[in-house]
Design a binder for this molecule. Structure first.
Ligand SMILES: NC(=O)c1ccc[n+]([C@@H]2O[C@H](COP(=O)([O-])OP(=O)(O)OC[C@H]3O[C@@H](n4cnc5c(N)ncnc54)[C@H](O)[C@@H]3O)[C@@H](O)[C@H]2O)c1
Ligand SMILES: [Zn+2]
Length: 359
């Protein structure tokens, strides 16, 4: 097992990465001196496979867990489901000192984290991420929240977990498309922070695609280390944390303008990162060779690297980009790369240039 610490003073916590960790959930929670009551929040898909082992482990650790299951999918990330979860917590009489376990992908993590942040003005919570995206990204860093009709993640709180338990075994049952989508965030860490890691991904991609245990452990742990380091320096996105948004300005606009569901998040940000690399070439002189390496790695992983845009779609995409949270005073802010492993944020890019890299 590998352990990574997120250094945030009194709110510091460990991310543990390894095989068989779900069966250690109870022991790990006992070490945190939580309890005795807790609620496991999960979705119907994940619950079918992993609720029992999670509940058994908690019971063996001396806890009295209850299960709250929500329908799988982004639709559950809403205030109505927050209310349902809170009603169930109240019905089960969870009180101060009780804790919440988020067992699932990013949807469950964001939802259960927000419930934990707000129920009784805050209960401790533990993340047990079950998708690759959730293990390397959403479970770490304390961003919790839900969507409104007006847009994604508009209601939320920064609220850090007490522990993140990344059981690599659970990734074996993840549908291939979901797994590959998570690889887009993995590759992102190489581009924004660590050229050596990027080169390792180039070498080890076949093993990673096969979900080989040792490769997965090293990769998930390195991603968590990078995210922990970034979040440890800038918890609430005043500066450095923005680098995690590499490829996301265009990526979010693609998700938005093509209707949620057509592209998975990782697919959209793969296209967004390749476009951002091309912009970086023009604006900051990122070598063409680096642009090619980036594009090739995404393509080899099985991710899309471009999208066809007719004039109507193009208009929609630019409209969506202007609504993005990263827009200030009408100018679109980008994270751009000087070289692989080194990026800068807050780069203003004229829209004709953005258009030129999207063809
Ligand atoms: N908080 C953050 O910092 C942050 C960062 C990135 C993304 N997010 C959020 O994360 C969400 C996306 O998360 P996601 O991609 O994990 O999607 P998800 O939670 O919807 O999971 C994807 C699908 O896989 C299923 N699943 C999960 N684990 C499984 C397993 N081990 N085996 C089989 N099936 C499994 C789920 O039931 C679901 O159907 C979005 O809402 C996004 O906004 C948050
Ligand atoms: Zn992302």
């Amino acid at each position: 097992m590998r352990s990574v610490i997120v250094h945030l003073g009194k709110r510091s916590y460990a991310i543990k990465v390894g095989g068989g960790l779900l069966s250690r959930l109870g022991v790990e929670c006992a070490q945190l001196k939580l309890g005795p009551r807790c609620a496991v929040i999960t979705d119907d898909n994940v619950g079918r496979q992993f609720a029992k082992p999670a509940l058994n482990s908690l019971a063996a650790g001396g806890f009295a867990p209850v299960l709250i299951s929500v329908p799988a999918g982004e639709k559950s990330k809403c205030l109505a489901v927050v209310e349902k979860c809170c009603d169930q917590l109240a019905a089960h009489r969870l009180e101060r000192g009780s804790f919440i376990v988020a067992l699932g992908g990013g949807v469950v993590g964001d939802l259960a984290g927000f419930v934990a942040a707000t129920y009784l003005r805050g209960l401790p919570f533990v993340q047990v991420p079950t998708t690759l995206l959730a293990q390397v990204d959403s479970s770490v860093g304390g961003k919790t929240g839900v969507n409104l009709r007006a847009g994604k993640n508009l209601v939320g709180a920064f609220y850090q977990p007490q522990l993140v338990l990344c059981d690599l075994d659970v990734l074996q049952s993840l549908p291939k498309r979901e797994y590959i989508s998570g690889l887009a965030e993995v590759i992102k860490y190489g581009v924004i922070y660590d050229e050596v890691f990027f080169a390792q991904l180039e070498r080890n991609l076949p093993k990673l695609l096969q979900r080989e245990a040792a490769t997965l452990r090293a990769v998930v742990a390195r991603c968590c280390e990078i995210k922990a380091h970034v979040v440890g320096q800038d918890e609430t996105e005043g500066g450095l944390r923005a680098i995690l948004n590499f490829g996301h300005t265009i990526g979010h606009a693609i998700e938005n303008s093509s209707g949620y569901g057509r592209f998975l998040h990782g697919e959209a940000i793969a296209i967004g990162q390749v476009a951002a690399a091309k912009l970086s070439c023009q604006v900051l002189g990122l070598p063409t060779h680096d642009v090619e390496r980036i594009e090739k790695l995404f393509a080899r992983a099985g991710l899309p690297v471009k999208t066809k845009l007719n004039p109507a779609k193009r208009k929609k995409l630019f409209g969506a980009m202007r609504l993005d949270k990263k827009v200030s005073g009408g100018e679109i802010n980008f994270v751009l790369a000087r070289k692989i492993g080194r990026v800068v944020w807050g780069q203003k890019v004229p829209s004709n240039l953005i258009e030129s890299v999207l063809v």
